[in-house]
Design a protein around this ligand. Structure first.
Ligand SMILES: Nc1ncnc2c1ncn2[C@@H]1O[C@H](COP(=O)(O)OP(=O)(O)OP(=O)(O)O)[C@@H](O)[C@H]1O
Ligand SMILES: [Mg+2]
Length: 245
């Protein structure tokens, strides 16, 4: 899926959240977006998801302007946001049931993906019976079961402890290596952005403008050692210089 963001502006009353954003994403890219609080990251994700429309400029997805959400572009938020009254498999199958997929097919899809996320045996658990990391894995599974072409993630690991966060990062990369969907991953953690992505976009403080857009050329698998790589340190320095303004 090819995404072209062209001269995009988004204003809310007197506030300009995003200013003159132009970016192009190819299918299969893992784009990480860094920016300080309030610079318009969530707004950019909502625009890509079709949850809101640009004030000026355009977003073309495979050549088409899409002003409404679609199953081809799903969002994972910072909080898992599972439906507390549904068990794990019903949470995962919710979107499929809205699409009219029959029960047997839904069950197959949810049990396959539960296996992928390492939660076999938790299908009938309620969200409150899971840890934060497990809930977030279910939220990612709920998004992936729709087989989206684009996965839009808004600080999905922000609420997790360091250990869980690191295992979720490894988990996400292995999913992306299997599925090869496009991921747009928002974070304000510089190390997370560099360790995950194939490409790093850094936005300036509000109004958000593209201050840096560069490939991340670190070989995979990336490990704790990658953080000492000269390329990693160079990207980190450049990102920090922008974020500290
Ligand atoms: N629905 C809205 N109505 C009015 N202003 C909004 C709305 N959504 C966002 N804004 C404003 O747009 C700017 C960017 O907000 P946004 O949520 O995109 O920032 P962010 O980069 O995601 O920040 P954070 O890192 O804190 O999540 C902020 O000044 C915010 O107040
Ligand atoms: Mg945000």
């Amino acid at each position: 899926m090819h995404i072209v963001i062209d001269s995009l502006y988004k204003t809310f009353g007197a506030t300009t959240a995003l200013e003159n954003i132009s970016l192009q994403f190819e299918g299969g890219e893992f784009v990480t977006v860094l920016g300080s609080s309030g610079c318009g990251k969530t707004t950019l994700l909502h625009l890509l998801a079709g949850l809101t429309t640009p004030s000026k400029g355009s977003i073309l997805i495979d050549g088409e302007q899409k002003d409404t959400p679609g199953a081809d572009r799903v969002v994972v938020f910072q909080q898992a946001g599972l439906y507390p009254w549904l068990n794990v498999s019903d949470n995962i199958e919710f979107g499929l049931s809205l699409q009219g997929v029959d029960k047997a097919q839904r069950r197959r899809a949810s049990s396959d993906i539960l296996h992928t996320i390492g939660l076999d045996g938790f299908a009938s658990h309620k969200p409150y019976e899971l840890s934060g990391g497990m809930q977030q894995r279910v939220a990612i599974a709920r998004a992936l079961v729709m087989k989206p072409k684009v996965l839009l993630m808004d600080e999905p690991f922000g609420a997790l402890d360091a250990q869980t966060r690191s295992s979720m990062q490894t988990f996400l990369v292995s999913l992306w290596e299997q599925l090869r969907c496009t991921i747009v991953f928002i974070t304000h953690d510089i190390d997370e952005a560099i360790v995950l992505g194939t490409r790093l976009v850094v936005l300036s403080a509000r109004p958000g403008r593209v201050a840096l857009d560069t490939p991340i050329e670190l070989k995979r698998p990336r490990t704790a050692e990658s953080a000492f790589d000269a390329h990693f340190l160079d990207l980190k320095k450049r990102a920090m210089a922008i974020l500290s303004h």
